[in-house]
Design a protein around this ligand. Structure first.
Ligand SMILES: [Zn+2]
Length: 56
């Protein structure tokens, strides 16, 4: 697990790199602030919709 010390813009705390199905992000261990990383597919579709509309 990658950690960045004094990297939180809010409290200067330590942030950890985390990954989920949608990509990587940073989260502060002190204040739980989420810092989104730039998506590799910027300009395209970001997070998929949970439910798709059915075509009538
Ligand atoms: Zn923080």
């Amino acid at each position: 697990m990658t950690m960045y010390y004094n990297a939180c813009p809010k409290c200067r705390g330590t942030v950890m790199r985390r990954d989920d199905d949608f990509g990587a992000y940073l989260q502060c261990v002190s204040c739980s602030r989420i810092i989104e990383l730039a998506q590799p597919n910027a300009g395209g579709q970001s997070r998929p919709k949970l439910a798709q509309k059915k075509a009538a």
